[in-house]
Design a binder for this molecule. Structure first.
Ligand SMILES: [Fe+2]
Length: 328
């Protein structure tokens, strides 16, 4: 039975890059175990008093068996009832070809769960948290971009939000997990190209507590765009449950704090199998070019504060910024 007792808390799960693929092969992502992993997380969500689940893109793998991947995703999310929304990832935003569905087909199949065929951005409320989902995909490209239309939508929703907390959900990161190291090819492949203007907008609204993203399959929590100890927002990059370090997240909002916790599949031996396979992928080779000192597995897993963190929140002021007039 779904637990709906929250005592003033709002508990939201963020699951991104699930890569559901019932016919999937074992690669750096354990796609052959993606269905089992997803089902395990859904079971755990029943126990965690979760009010909503945010699927952050690459929900299905869509590389050869797109229709079957979509069907499996719809079946796996059934136990969640109406308590979930989803955004696109680059795997849903594929160029249409045999074995792949396009983003419109995905959106039509989940119509009303955040996105729909005519609505690729959304804004909805769970408890005291407004969730704004923005489409950061560019069809046929792994990299991200936020269109002017989406920027206007985002600005309008942030300006009109009356809830105490706002989180923005997108697939692509706005900030590099690999900072302070630099790798141009990773910037192009993983980040939102016009991220500076998006960051600037998000940081203009104190109610924006976090930007939730995935795509890079690494776990990181970074305070970005702040000034000293104030301003800015938390850039929460969540790994894939199907690839090492195999995690999703729970976010618990109260009036005074945000608790971020890792949510991991409870499957024996998964971490060891994932650690072995993730080192066979292209990303592992590219990581060497970075010249970073942490071992690759440590880089992906992040530190303890990239996985479990309690953030003290200051009440958001009522005044809304005037930056909006330009964006209307
Ligand atoms: Fe992914």
């Amino acid at each position: 039975m779904w637990n709906t007792s929250h005592r003033g808390e709002t508990v939201i799960a963020h699951i991104t890059d699930a890569h559901v693929a019932p016919h999937g092969r074992c690669t750096a992502v354990l796609k052959h175990r993606s269905v089992e992993i997803f089902a395990d997380l859904v079971d755990q969500l029943h126990e965690a008093a979760v009010q909503a689940v945010l699927f952050g893109g690459d929900n299905i793998d869509n590389r050869g068996h797109g229709e079957e991947d979509l069907e499996a995703f719809l079946q796996l999310t059934q136990p969640l009832g109406h308590r979930w929304v989803a955004q696109f990832g680059n795997h849903e935003a594929a160029t249409r070809r045999p074995g792949r569905i396009d983003k419109y087909t995905f959106a039509k199949a989940i119509d009303g769960r955040g996105i729909g065929p005519h609505q690729h951005d959304f804004s909805t409320v769970f408890g005291d948290v407004r969730v704004v989902g923005i489409d950061t995909t560019l069809v046929g490209s792994p990299g991200g971009f936020v269109s002017p239309e989406t920027m206007r939508f985002l600005a309008r929703e942030l300006a009109s939000a009356e809830e105490q907390h706002v989180v923005v959900l997108g697939h692509h990161p706005l900030y590099p997990a690999w900072a302070p190291y630099a790798l141009d090819s990773w910037d192009r492949e993983y980040l939102v190209a016009n991220r500076h203007v998006v960051c600037s907008l998000l940081a203009s609204f104190p109610r924006v507590r976090a930007y939730l993203c995935g795509h890079h399959h690494a776990s990181r929590i970074q305070r970005v765009w702040g000034r000293g100890q104030s301003g800015g927002f938390y850039h929460v990059q969540t790994a894939s449950p199907a690839a090492f370090p195999h995690s999703a997240r729970l976010l618990t909002f109260t009036d005074t704090e945000l608790r971020i916790q890792a949510l991991r599949p409870k499957i024996d031996g998964l971490l060891e199998e994932g650690a072995k396979w993730v080192q066979t992928g292209r990303k592992s080779g590219r990581y060497e070019q970075l010249g970073a000192s942490p071992p690759f597995l440590d880089y992906l897993a992040g530190a303890e504060e990239d996985n479990n963190l309690v953030v003290q929140l200051t009440p958001a002021p009522d005044r809304k910024p005037e930056v909006l007039e330009e964006l209307r």
